[in-house]
Design a protein around this ligand. Structure first.
Ligand code: ZN
Length: 65
């Protein structure tokens, strides 16, 4: 199962910036098409997202049976 692309509002101008969770996790930064502000994960939130992903995977496995 692949995560659908998501979007996050630009912190500067609120324009929706599409991002891919997996790319974000690999450290890719995404920039706003309107004001070029870059969004990306800090090391701390990266860890948090990774943990969340693991929990999601875990949930998924449990739901299957
Ligand atoms: Zn922007």
């Amino acid at each position: 199962m692949i995560n659908k692309d998501q979007s996050i509002p630009c912190p500067v101008c609120q324009t929706k910036i599409p991002f891919d969770t997996h790319q974000l996790l690999t450290g890719v930064q995404f920039s706003c098409s309107n004001c070029s502000a870059a969004i990306g994960l800090s090391t701390e939130s990266k860890k948090l997202v990774e943990e969340t992903m693991v929990k999601l995977e875990d949930l998924k496995t449990k739901k299957v049976r």
